[in-house]
Ligand binder design. Structure first.
Ligand SMILES: [Zn+2]
Length: 345
């Protein structure tokens, strides 16, 4: 539960139960802390009252409502970071984060019920058919961390790569060395990029980036960083720049790094006053795409690769804690002692 800035507590809540026929109750097998949870933790987006928190989990279905048709008790499910019905026009077009019935973990549903957070032992899942994604069989326990990245960071990194037009032969630069940026490196490699340059000045993150297939790491920032990318790319900027932070500084870095005619894919929530310079974009034919990642819509494509072991972003988890120590997980990530912390109930 989030109580206030810097104050997360392991606390008791009522056991979730089926409230609507479209609900499921899921027993959480693994959860984790997201960089965007830290904004809440720091009080940048304070909700009105203490509330459940967390939006990434995988688990096992305990019970389903009478209207749920695509899963049953015992199924293992991936849970995307947003709740969606899967049937409205936006969902059918793959933008599940703009679902006409969209709801958010730890938020409030249309009837005023507080929704559970994913950093818990059990979670009531509204619109279960549209939201949850059952795996074809119970996975190997060793794959649970890799499957958990499908809940948010891997799908979000993939969205940045898709939005920036990454494909075979492209040159890519990734701004942001958090879990999403690192997953964007992995996604760009998967999509056939010829060269992937990661911006990072932290040794632990540089190692994950190169492990995920980054060909080069640039530790400089600002104009020096953009110049270092051009040095690596025969004087040109990158074809595709993946902006995975959401601040003014990171978007400025992305714009300085992309080549004329190139594309920026942005997936960092714009919390820091980032804006787009239309004049510069006009002059240099720079395209910017992306936004809040519809990770549910990417599971058809990404899950088979994860299950086959061809796509494994689990190295972003460099700290694992029991769920009761959730407060320590936030402190570790805030203090950059952990890239991303996995929580075991
Ligand atoms: Zn929808």
């Amino acid at each position: 539960m989030w109580y206030g800035p810097g104050d997360i507590r392991w606390d008791k809540r009522p056991d979730p139960r089926i409230e609507l026929p479209t609900d499921a109750v899921v027993r959480v097998v693994a959860a984790c802390v997201c960089g965007s949870d830290l904004w809440t933790w720091r009080g940048a987006r304070p909700p009105a009252d203490p509330h459940p928190i967390g939006h990434e989990m995988v688990g096992v279905v305990e019970e389903v409502g009478a209207g749920v048709t695509t899963m049953s008790a015992g199924d293992f499910v991936i849970t995307p970071f947003s709740i969606s019905d899967g049937t409205c026009p936006h969902c059918r077009q793959g933008i599940t984060t703009s679902c006409s019935q969209v709801q958010w973990w730890g938020g409030t549903d249309r009837d005023g019920r507080t929704l559970d957070g994913c950093q818990g032992q059990y979670v009531r899942v509204p619109l279960a058919d549209g939201t949850l994604y059952p795996t074809p069989a119970l996975p190997d326990p060793a794959q649970i961390p890799a499957l958990l990245t499908l809940s948010d960071v891997l799908g979000t990194g993939h969205h940045a790569a898709v939005a920036a037009g990454v494909g075979p032969g492209t040159t890519v630069a990734v701004v942001g060395d958090g879990a999403v940026g690192l997953c964007a490196v992995l996604a760009a490699v998967r999509l056939g990029a010829e060269r992937v340059i990661a911006f990072s000045s932290h040794t632990d993150r540089q190692l994950v980036a190169t492990g995920f297939g980054a060909s080069d790491v640039v530790s400089e920032r600002g104009d020096d960083g953009a110049a270092a990318v051009r040095d690596l790319l025969a004087g040109q900027g990158a074809d595709c720049v993946l902006e995975c932070v959401g601040t003014k500084v990171s978007m400025t870095q992305a714009l300085a790094t992309v080549r004329p005619g190139g594309r920026i894919g942005y997936v960092g929530a714009p919390v820091g006053g980032a804006e787009l310079p239309l004049g510069k974009m006009f002059s240099n034919n720079i395209r910017v795409g992306g936004g809040l990642a519809p990770v549910r819509a990417y599971l058809d494509e990404l899950l088979p690769d994860v299950l086959a072991g061809r796509l494994d972003a689990s190295a972003v988890f460099d700290l694992e804690l029991p769920l009761e120590k959730v407060a320590e997980a936030y402190a570790a990530m805030d203090g950059r002692r952990s890239i991303k912390t996995l929580l075991w109930p």
